[in-house]
Every structure is written in C-alpha cells, then in structure tokens.
Design a binder for this molecule. Structure first.
Ligand code: FHN
Length: 606
C-alpha cells in the first residue's frame, strides 16, 4: 500500500473528480480568465516562471539513515514515518540540530544567481517541527535546538535584500500530534489542531515574515476536506488578501487555491482547464537531505525541463535539500550555477513569456512567446536548417540571444505540411539550448501540421496518449511523457484519435494499456482504423481507396486507477498509408470509462 493509501486517500478524490461543490464556491476551475483577483495577484508569479524549493528540517540530521541503516522509500523528509520512529525518539534529533554554517544571504544570492525569482521554504513539514520562532509550542528551532536562532527571520531579510519573493511550505499533516495519525481521526481533534496550531502559526508566518505565497501540502489525509481548505483560505485572505495559495490547501481540485501542483512530472501540455500550474521537482530523488542519494539530474536536463515547462505556460519549482549544518549540497550548487549562466543569457525567453503557439513542436526544442516575439529554443539544430512549418505571421528579423548574431530565414515547404520557414544554423550552438528571438509583425499565429505517429523500427505503431487528439467534454490528458494517460473519461461520448502512417500492409495485433478501479470496470470500447483515400499530388487521381476495420474490447478491473495493464484484444488488417485510428467507448457502467494510456499495433508474423 503506498503512503497515500495509508492515509485513506482515493486517487479520484485527489484528482478532484468526486468532490462536491461547496455552497458559495464556483463549481468551475478558478483561472486568471474567470477570476480577476487571481489574475492580479498571480502576475508576478506568472512572470517569474522559476523558483527554489527548500526542504530543510530535523530530518536533515538522520539524512536518510536510522540506526546505521539506510531507510528506503521516502527516506529523506519521510524518515520518521518510513522508519516508524516514535515521537519521543524523533524529538531527540532537535538536540543535534545546530546549523552553524547556515547563511541566509548566501541562499538568497544563490537563488538569484540561478535565475530564480521566489523561494518556498518548509516552515513545518510532516514531522511537525517548526523551522521558525513560534509561540504556539516549543517544538521549534529556537526553543528545542542548540542553534537557538530563527533562520526564517534571517531568510526573510536576505530575500528582501536580494529581491527574491519569500514563500512558505506548510504541512497539514503533523506527525508530532498522535491524535492526527491513522484512519479514525476525530473531527474535534482536527478542530483543535486547526484553531490551536495551524491558524495561529499561519498568522505568525504572515505577520512576522510577510510571505507572498503559501505552499500547502499533506492534503492527502482523509481527515482533511475541501470545506476545511475553503475555511483556511478565507482566514488567510482576511489576513493578507493578495497571498498566492496552491491547490493543496484543499483537496487538489481545480477549485482549490490559485494553481495546480504536478509533482516530479511535467504535464503533456498546458492544462485544458486553463488553470495555472507549477511543477515541483527534486534535482536527485529526495526532497529532504538524503546523504546517499546521488542520482542527480544533469544541468542540461534541468534547464530543458524549465524550457519545456515555460513553453506550456507553467512554473518550475526546483528543490534543494540542505544538510543539518545548513549547507546546500555542492552537486545542487553546481547545477544552480550552471543554470544561472544559461538564464543570464536567455532569461528574456523565459520570464514573462506565454506558452508556445505549437501544441507539438515540429523540431527538437520548444517555443515561448512574449508580445510579437517568438523565442525558439533549439536543443539540436539540423545541418540543413531548422524548419518551422505553419508560421503565418510575417517575420521582421531574427537574432541569437546573447551573441546577437543575425539569423537568415527563408520560406520553405515540406510535403503534407503548411508553408513555413527555415532558419539557417547559427555560427555557434549552445549545448543546452540555442535561443533565437524571432521578431514578428504581430502576435505569432501558426497553422500546426497534423501530428502523425510513424511506424517504428520494429514495424509497430505505438499510439500513446501524449500523441492523441482528445475529443469531448471531460476526457483530458493527465501526466506527462510516456506515462501520460487519458483520464477523467466520465462522458462515454468522448473519444480519442491519432493520425498514423502504416508503412507495411498486413495483420496487426491490437494491444491496449489502461487502468480502472474495480467499481468502474465493464465498459465496452472499440479500436477503429480508417484509411484516408490518397490522391496523386496536383492531379486528384485516387491512388488508394478508403478502408475501415475495428476490434472491440471490454474494460476489466486492473485493481485501481493507477494500476496500468496491457491486454491484447485481437487483430486487424491494415493497408499501407495514412490511417485515422479512433478509440471509442460503447458503454460506461462506472464512474469513468478507464484511464487509458495507449494502443500498440504490432505486425503479426505471417
Ligand atoms: O509528502 C510530501 C513530500 O515529503 C514532499 O514535501 C513533496 C513536495 O511536494 N510533497 C509531498 C508528497 O507529495
């Protein structure tokens, strides 16, 4: 059972699919489009695009080890839970916590030099230890440790001095309160916690340090509710109306807080709901300091993630886990320095930008937009030039960011694609991403070429959710990369399509990968393939006729919405050429048809 299930959470609840609408609150997603106050208070945050997450607490003392043994799973900041350390024993770490090397000004300068515009600091994580000077109890860094100083006071001053917005992470979960553990927590105990600790501490954090944003966490426990989240939000806004608050103040529904918080993953595209969002991610695998976790992502990978996120209109909250001495680990510092060098030259293509006009980028890289400028972030550059199909807006000129080198542009076409342009390769390329600022006569408009799934080297065709067109009212792409799936398929009339190019006619095995909870199994569905007739270019003479074939399947339980399974549902004969493949639901006995990940077409050896 994963950690979330231990606390009684259901994934659909977490996905905000089966929550109720509270009186006085809108049933729809809260977005900058439909909430002017949200749009106004999030302006600086949307422009910032890039922030630092700091996970620092007592857990830095054990640093992933307990009684000399490494603690698996979430061994960093979750060590108290993962190693089942009793409260009285865990409290003893406080006497060992003396971060004499902590330098708030150095942290703020490091974030600034990396190009980060805000810093989210763990004021209290699940362990229940307050990393600031609180009057609510004595389980805090000033009263319980030999350090005896308030690092948050220094951090607030340092962030102000460096122009970095300060924000606080605050955990709803509190393992220092045994009455809040388990599945039978009493409402009156929650009331006592909210009124006797949470609200007074949040008031302290606001009045003493003036944060710009609250990053709530721990919403997954079954004794927390949307209603309690709304009450807390009302309370906070009564203290500071322009506070930005994330969606984990409630139950992570599209009605909670100001923005979504995908974790360790990047959504496939900007969110269909129009919600603001921020991906939070570790540089290695652990949030809190874990001394043996050296699985570091490269600077190039982290920077390209920032570019990818900005191209989809999101923010990137990148984590550091300082040591018990108060030092940010050197591998993190190295990556922050290198990202800062890239941002120094290319930051204008990230800050204050909007998402790309392309849903799928027709080159190895991404785009961002600011006014009449299209920024092209090229990860690699074809020797024949970088082709940009479908750009409809007239170009005034293009230059390489940093060097200012002029880039020659010529018009170009490619079979089956709308007319476009080709950018000549600059004299020097940046190994992380070369950024070209293309000045246009107006806001960039593109006619996106149809995305076609090609036959792979094994002769198969892998129709992934991330490459699909989703049609209908509720189904939506969830998650990112190859793990993405079509979720929230609550409307049986919704359907999914791809354009596929079949290179070799023949019989193909049809396999489907999906997940569904036992109480929603039983939906009937079909996979159809229709070959679009092809005609000879410039003559209209048909060179291939239309054809259609389909296979039917029934969704059987996989044990849960997150338990994916692949099953073969039969074979179909496919002619070569362009095929439109469609997955349709023919019935929906349960809450949703399924969480659908992909169709795999594999040639059957004759
Ligand atoms: O349980 C926490 C975890 O320790 C960490 O703080 C992450 C960061 O977003 N949030 C929760 C897991 O979703």
């Amino acid at each position: 059972m994963n950690k979330m299930m231990r606390y009684g959470v259901t994934s659909l609840m977490a996905a905000g699919l089966i929550s109720h609408t509270l009186p006085g609150w809108s049933a729809e997603a809260r977005t900058p489009q439909n909430d002017p106050a949200l749009r106004a208070r999030t302006k600086w945050w949307r422009d910032a695009r890039f922030g630092m997450f700091v996970h620092w607490g007592l857990y830095a003392v054990p640093a992933g080890y307990y009684r000399g043994q490494p603690v698996g799973g979430f061994g960093g900041e979750w060590i108290m839970d993962a190693a089942k350390i009793p409260i009285a024993e865990y409290e003893k770490y406080a006497a060992q916590f003396n971060p004499v090397e902590f330098n708030a000004r150095e942290w703020a300068r490091t974030a600034k030099a990396a190009g980060m515009k805000y810093l989210v600091f763990t004021s209290k994580h699940h362990e229940g230890f307050s990393m600031f000077d609180t009057a609510v109890n004595r389980y805090d860094i000033v009263d319980a440790t030999p350090y005896r100083k308030d690092p948050v006071k220094d951090l607030a001053q340092a962030c102000r001095a460096e122009g970095i917005k300060l924000a606080f992470y605050y955990s709803i979960v509190d393992w220092h309160r045994p009455e809040l553990m388990g599945n039978d927590v009493k409402p009156e105990d929650v009331d006592r916690y909210v009124n006797g600790q949470m609200k007074p501490q949040l008031r302290e954090l606001i009045t003493k340090y003036d944060p710009a944003l609250f990053w709530f966490d721990g919403e997954f426990v079954n004794w927390w509710s949307e209603e309690r989240g709304r009450d807390l939000e009302r309370y906070l806004r009564s203290l500071k109306s322009d506070l930005i608050i994330n969606n984990r103040i409630g139950k992570k529904t599209i009605r909670d807080g100001d923005y979504e918080t995908p974790e360790q993953e990047i959504p496939a595209n900007s969110l269909a709901s129009g919600r603001l969002w921020e991906t939070c991610m570790t540089m290695n695998d652990t949030w809190g300091f874990q001394r043996s976790d050296n699985n570091w992502k490269s600077t190039s990978d982290l920077t390209r993630k920032l570019i990818d996120i900005a191209s989809k209109g999101g923010n990137f909250l990148l984590n550091v886990g300082p040591t018990a001495e108060g030092v940010i680990p050197e591998p993190s510092m190295e990556r922050l320095r290198e990202m800062g060098q890239w941002m120094k030259q290319n930051g204008e293509a990230i800050y204050g930008t909007e998402k790309s006009p392309y849903r799928r980028h027709p080159f190895d890289g991404r785009c961002t937009v600011k006014g009449n400028t299209l920024y092209i972030h090229a990860f690699t550059w074809p020797s024949e030039g970088l082709h940009l199909p479908g750009l409809k807006t007239t170009i005034r000129g293009a230059r390489v960011l940093g060097s200012g080198e002029k880039v020659d542009i010529s018009s170009s076409t490619s079979p089956g694609e709308p007319k476009g342009v080709t950018l000549r390769r600059p004299s020097r390329l940046d190994p992380i991403a070369t950024v070209i600022a293309v000045r246009l006569e107006g806001v960039p408009q593109v006619e996106e070429p149809p995305f076609v799934v090609r036959t792979n080297a094994q002769g198969g065709i892998n129709l992934k959710a991330i490459d699909a067109e989703v049609h209908g009212k509720s189904a939506v792409l969830e998650g990112g990369g190859d793990q993405a799936h079509i979720g929230a398929w609550m409307n049986a009339a919704d359907y999914v399509t791809w354009n596929a190019q079949v290179d070799r006619p023949g019989t193909y095995r049809v396999e489907v990968e999906y997940a569904v909870a036992p109480d929603s199994a039983g939906a009937a569905y079909s996979v159809q393939a229709e070959r679009t007739p092809e005609v000879k270019p410039n003559s209209g003479t048909p060179i291939s006729a239309a054809s259609a074939t389909s296979v039917n399947g029934t969704v059987s339980s996989t044990g849960g919405w997150g338990n994916f399974r692949t099953e073969s549902i039969g074979t179909m004969r496919l002619e070569s050429g362009r095929q439109k493949v469609t997955v349709r639901a023919n019935s929906k006995p349960g809450l949703a048809v399924m969480n659908f990940r992909r169709v795999l077409l594999t040639p059957v050896q004759q």
